[in-house]
Design a protein around this ligand. Sequence first.
Ligand code: PEP
Ligand code: MG
Length: 562
Amino acid sequence: MSEMRGVGIGLGVAQGVVVRMTEASPAPENTPSTQGADVERTRVREAVAAVASELTARGGSAGGSAQEVLEAQAMIAEDPTLQDEVDTRIDDGATAEWAVHDAFAGFRATLEAVGGYLGERAADLDDIAQRVLARLRGEDAPGVPDPGHPFVLVARDLAPADTALLNLDQVLALVTFDGGPTSHTAILAREKGIVAIVGASAAADLTTGTSVIVDAAAGIVTVDPTDDEKDRADERADARRSADDAPLTPGALADGTLIPLLANLGKPADAADAVERGAEGVGLFRTEFLFLSSAQAPTVEQQREAYRELLAAFPGKKVVVRMLDAGADKPLAFLNDAHEENPALGLRGLRALRASEDILREQLTALAEADAATEADLWVMAPMVATVEETQYFTSLAREYGLKTAGVMVEVPAAALLADRVLAHADFASIGTNDLTQYTMAADRMLGSVAGFQDPWHPAVLRLVREVGAAGARLGKPVGICGEAAADPMLAVVLVGLGATTLSMAPSALADVRRMLSTRTLDEARNLAELALAADDAAGARLAVADATAPLPPHQQKETTS
Ligand code: PEP
Ligand code: MG
């Protein structure tokens, strides 16, 4: 038995056998064909047709937006211009493998040079080329395997489309050896309630067929566990399933202090699930998720319909909608398609919106119209705000459109350090711990190699949260948390101790956070926050809080409770 460490997503535990994600095989060599052009051409035609029909079939079973993505890929595979490119190479004596590899690579370079929406489709071409090559070579296609039985998926990382397509009846757990805790793989895994550990670098050595326990709460993958360990893991998984059925009470600490628990959502269709899991409103609606594949800015009407549907699901409840957050990990072709060396530090969030103010104004128009047609309590906020002036700019613009409650996200250390001055102009602040951690620790949230730095338990991040919490308390303004940190139950308690007044998270995390909050008073939360702040690093902060909250061994319990 051995153990591998990574960053757990949520508190789940699962056990099963490993199936490795099939990785792309090496590029072919450019050796001349020995079979002749006719044979090579037929091989390509057959492989392309098989790949296109497989993609269409997968789309059909996935449905929704995944179906659109996969059907578009099937069409690209059979694109006549691409076929011509392949044929030209075959006519020059290339093998089917080389012709496909080279023609797709050429097409990819052309798309990348065009940039924008088409540039973003370049990665799709790689995926399709890999599938056609695998067919030609008689190998398994790269991507999520389908072994016909439940399994633990082990992968370097997953493309968003792969994560969205995971069959939850088959995938018991997910382990990645790359990818950080705030990568979009992690966000989607949490959204889907998948037991997951990301950034477990040693898992690169796990082979298909190995038995493992994936303990997300501890961030540990146990290899070749004993029967006893497997039984304990099953018991914990059962206990968690029954905890999920606990009553949906409002979020509150043990002393009755209310901490509303809100949902992070990316599309209106997910609202029903959030309500079912007891979300008391929406703390972050990521509007850019609606338009990630749009080449043109959405119209006011399109937006109004989407916002109306969202707001209608929460009558009388708070719904915080974030303005389009384009850039870096969430590129929007119509807002920022210029190449930047460091996109996370570039024209993103409010900066990009300001550069295209007509798009910002249209979004505010659509929100005001949806607000007028529904009963929810709509709050709006701007992403990536760094200065007091940006705060003034956004909140006064929102008020121009009659939107009553306008605030800002605190994701940049500068905004946290001047939180009192920022909050003087905003109705509320919402701390995005994913970006706040990225910028505080100077660690790209997309990069597995720096995942160790991307930890919101770091006392430097917690100090900034305290700064905002204290400013909110002084000015009587709400301070929410809407980054992934709010979904970590113990950290959620610490964040409340630092002054957070609401917590917003993927709906699948609500039950665990609700349960943990109910075990601590506000004074206890503040004491735990002090312990975390006093640590030197994230691991120390976790440990200090874990030590202070660990149940005492039975023989010590009596003496200390007196
Ligand atoms: C954050 O940065 O914490 C946040 C909530 O926004 P996003 O993850 O969408 O960047
Ligand atoms: Mg962010």
